[in-house]
Ligand binder design. Sequence first.
Ligand code: SF4
Length: 91
Amino acid sequence: VNVDQKLGLNKFYVDEDNAHIVLKADPDRQELQKLVLACPAGLYKVNENGTIQFDYAGCIECGTCRVLCGSTILEKWEFPVGTLGVEFRWG
Ligand code: SF4
């Protein structure tokens, strides 16, 4: 079983009303490229036309984006409230 298969087993209880991660309106593009490579869930994407795609729904709450880029990218990073967020199904 590889990492992608393990990640695919996780369950997400998404807080639709309250994003736990919010990007800045105009994030630093060089910093953002780091996250395209580093986010283990592959949630940061830059489309061919340069638009940014980010969906907090698949976040595994590892904190990599917060540690790596902090306020150059992020307006907000919090853990999801209560029992919401990722539920790990492996190990
Ligand atoms: Fe990706 Fe981890 Fe940041 Fe979530 S906390 S968006 S999984 S790097």
